[in-house]
Design a protein around this ligand. Structure first.
Ligand code: NAG
Length: 404
């Protein structure tokens, strides 16, 4: 274990040194990009390639972020069941997570085939939503001054209101993966009036309580959270892992080589977890994932690991006093969540343990069911990239939504 830690710290140092020495704020890096044979395809391109109807939609939040979200309004031959599904990606993901593996394999297409009007969110700061009415993400550091708290309070309610207005429905069938569920819990507790706009929420691998987090890399980071945030602040790093950034460019060059492949797989495994039986590492869409986020978003998660609470961002004693009128950040009040909630989780997720899920589930007033994936190796990313995800997870989602 000690040697694993040493290797990790070594790797992290390499990563950090890139950040510190590199011009990490700008997208023009010193890395030579190998010319790729295929043109980069957006979510819209990929849906059009499959001959499904698709719409490009812009939603502006009350604090000025312009979110570019996507919609598959119905199945190929116009089949509709009158229900509206809203799929929300995880940290550093994007709308492409729900369509990448194509019809019959990806949840977005599966729900469209069932007749759902399918909306795919993109939260502030990712590939599609690096946009603001006043701020410029490349030059204004204020653009990156948010966490998943602001996504839950501004982005998700704005997206849902837009969906309700455009479709005339009175509630959405909401699936959130990872941070896509975190933002649901933030919204439903901070803005309880939104509970009635949710027909059913299904959390896949929800990130709420992280007390039993297993990921060794994130444990190391959590242990020295203050140093890391200071280091990043000094280095002027506000954006984390944009898809055209330095680190991703390195990953794209290193991961396909034989040794690099083993290294990348291990890093990804230790970060979040996946089952080698389920996920073919070479199928991970490195041209779409990671899709970028803000550094502060990541630090808010890191704080949860240490605090063992589901609470607002910790600004330190005096900062908290100013912001919240108390010395420690207030908890999110899960008792206010009245929307029906289902949780689908697994045992080999590096980000939480069964105890964390049980604690969350117990606190939800309108809990329905928590479903454990029977494959004991199933991990965090298998919900999106696992070859049996349609069989184990998406079928279940279609059944749950079908009953409501
Ligand atoms: C920003 O949003 C506007 C829509 O309000 C859109 O026309 C523009 O293309 C977007 N810019 C970027 C860089 O996404």
């Amino acid at each position: 274990m000690q040697s694993v830690n040493l290797v990790l710290i070594g790797l992290l140092s390499i990563v950090m040194s890139r950040f510190v020495s590199g011009k990490s704020k700008s997208h023009s890096s010193g890395i030579k990009h190998s010319p790729s044979k295929v043109r980069w395809k957006s979510t819209i391109d990929m849906i059009e390639d499959e001959n499904y109807p698709v719409e490009n939609v812009y939603v502006t939040t009350p604090d000025g972020y312009i979110l570019n979200i996507h919609r598959i309004p119905h199945a190929k031959y116009g089949r509709r069941n009158g229900k509206v599904a809203y799929l929300q990606h995880g940290a550093s993901g994007s709308s492409s997570d729900w369509i990448y593996f194509g019809p019959k394999n990806a949840l977005g297409f599966i729900l469209a085939d069932e007749g759902y009007d399918v909306w795919l969110g993109n939260t502030r700061g990712n590939t599609y939503s690096r946009n603001h009415t006043i701020l410029n993400p490349d030059t204004d550091v204020e653009f990156w001054d948010y966490t998943w708290h602001e996504m839950g309070v501004f982005d998700i309610p704005s997206i849902i209101d837009h969906i309700l207005e455009k479709t005339g429905t009175d509630g959405v069938y909401y699936v959130g993966h990872s941070q896509g569920s975190t933002v649901f819990y933030v919204m439903a507790s901070m803005k309880p009036e939104y509970n009635k706009k949710i027909k059913t929420h299904i959390s896949l691998a929800p990130i709420v309580y992280l007390s039993h987090l297993k990921s060794p890399i994130l444990r190391v980071l959590a242990a020295s959270e203050k140093h890391f945030s200071e280091l990043f602040r000094r280095a002027g790093v506000y954006e984390l892992l944009p898809n055209r950034g330095d680190l991703v460019a390195i990953a794209k060059e290193v991961c396909p080589s034989i040794i690099g492949n083993v290294l990348c797989q291990n890093i990804l495994y230790m970060l979040v977890g996946f089952s080698p039986k389920q996920m073919n590492f070479n199928r991970v869409p490195l041209d779409h994932m990671p899709a970028g986020t803000g550094m502060k978003v990541f630090m808010h998660f890191i704080q949860e690991i240490r605090s063992k609470k589901f609470c607002r961002y910790d600004y330190g004693t005096s900062g908290n006093m100013k912001k919240y009128g108390q010395t420690s950040p207030p908890n999110y009040d899960l008792k206010k969540i009245t929307a029906p909630v289902y949780i689908i989780y697994s045992e080999n997720d590096m980000l939480y343990a069964t105890e964390d899920i049980e604690k969350l589930f117990k606190e939800l007033p309108n809990r329905q069911e928590k479903l454990l994936i029977t494959d004991r190796l199933w991990g965090h990313l298998d919900f999106l990239y696992g070859k049996d995800a349609p069989k184990f997870v998406y079928n279940e989602i279609v059944m749950i939504f079908g009953q409501q």
